[in-house]
Design a protein around this ligand. Sequence first.
Ligand SMILES: *[C@@H]1O[C@H](CO)[C@@H](O)[C@H](O)[C@H]1NC(C)=O
Ligand SMILES: *[C@@H]1O[C@H](CO)[C@@H](O)[C@H](O)[C@H]1NC(C)=O
Ligand SMILES: *[C@@H]1O[C@H](CO)[C@@H](O)[C@H](O)[C@H]1NC(C)=O
Ligand SMILES: *[C@@H]1O[C@H](CO)[C@@H](O)[C@H](O)[C@H]1NC(C)=O
Length: 450
Amino acid sequence: MFSRALGWASLLALGLQVSQVSAIAKISAVGSKFFTSNGDQFYIKGVAYQLTDDDPLIDTAQCKLDAALMKELGANTIRVYHVDPNGDHDGCMSAFEDAGIYLFVDLETFDTSINQDFPYWNSTQLEAYEKVLDTFHNYDNLAGVLIGNEVLTRLNGSQAAPYVKAAARDVKAYRDSKGYRKIPVGYAAADIPSLRPMLQDYLACSTNSSENVDFYSLNAYEWCGDNNYAGSGYSMLQKNATGYSVPIFFSETGCNVAPPRTFQDQSAILGPEMEDTWSGAIIYEWIEETNNYGLISYGPSVAAATATATDIVGGYTRRGTPTPVSPDFSNLKSVWKTLTPTGVKLSDYTASTSTITPIACPASTSGGWDLNPSAALPTLGQTATLHASGSTGASGSGSSSGSTSTASASSSKGAAAVGARPFFTEGATTGVFVVYTAVVGFTGFMCLWL
Ligand SMILES: *[C@@H]1O[C@H](CO)[C@@H](O)[C@H](O)[C@H]1NC(C)=O
Ligand SMILES: *[C@@H]1O[C@H](CO)[C@@H](O)[C@H](O)[C@H]1NC(C)=O
Ligand SMILES: *[C@@H]1O[C@H](CO)[C@@H](O)[C@H](O)[C@H]1NC(C)=O
Ligand SMILES: *[C@@H]1O[C@H](CO)[C@@H](O)[C@H](O)[C@H]1NC(C)=O
């Protein structure tokens, strides 16, 4: 009896050891692709996960329920837009790790995002970003961090691009100074035709890679209902991304104007048409809310006005047992099941990375993309000096005190406040833009909950 008990105990101990050893393989960016530390190319099959504004990664029981169903869906990644760096994320991060699920997390908080209209980048922002990185860097399933989401939404917002890039530079320098692993640092762009591909190229065009993003991603809702690679506009996205020097993926996708959602676009992104260039996609979004993008629901909507329970915000219950939204959940599950790109092995790829060169910085055009391609990036503490025309030099002259631009700095304080996220205002009229506005508008709405 005794020895049998001992036998069980040592078996258990062995089991424990085995599960500790089989930690998830870490992700890094090499050339224009992501790889796991096992040497396999990594393709994202992700879902956007923001059940509550503040931080969905502190409720372990909830994360376990969601991670289990995400695994069934075939997801390997979540994207979270806002976290509280002071929270305890251990339970949620290991729930997702156990399910084989990675995290891309946005570093900015509601009041530290870079502002398109009054761009500045200062140590208050950097310290807030650093705090999130400090909190998450040790999790093996942290796939990457985002230094901004849809900061630029108009062609005349190009003045803000150097500030996004300066933020990436400083976060990367901080990461390296702390001896953290090379956690990829990137940006999630709004899909604005007039900025395409200039913003994409600009953020990765420096010959000094310390000043480039480690990856670029696009929130794109171009493919709605029955469509195809050419008709949806994806062939143009592919054209724009060909030869790009860092990984690129869809940080949001899943147009819902022609329901039910069939997620046909996944076959293009994770199939022969795009798999050599793109690293997968994140579907917007996990939870069903008023905007009707949910893959799951925690219960029927309730009248927002009368809902006072703590778990109900905006008329939707935000925790509990997730129930698949039909048929969207099973449609996505079926399509993902057929798509398992394997890409290239790191060992076969490494040599070719020496031939990858950054795409040239986009030229400045009057009335268009308006940045001097050879100007230095803003220094920490710099505020853009707005020209009379409304464009800026982002001159890099290093007027770093910001004191000469008190007016714009102080008004940006107001503009950066909750609920004042930049909205899409480019004068476009196609259906796609209407959807787009709805999505961005919704993001603004989320901000208003705070
Ligand atoms: C590359 O950029 C980083 C960050 O701006 C800077 O510290 C470094 O000196 C640059 N390296 C070269 C070779 O210019
Ligand atoms: C990028 O896409 C746009 C359409 O959105 C197209 O007009 C342009 O030619 C493309 N540029 C490149 C470099 O492929
Ligand atoms: C940018 O364009 C929008 C309309 O597209 C306009 O409302 C705004 O004033 C412009 N901003 C600047 C700085 O010129
Ligand atoms: C950074 O800018 C914001 C907005 O103007 C301001 O509130 C904050 O005090 C600035 N931080 C520093 C260190 O100047």
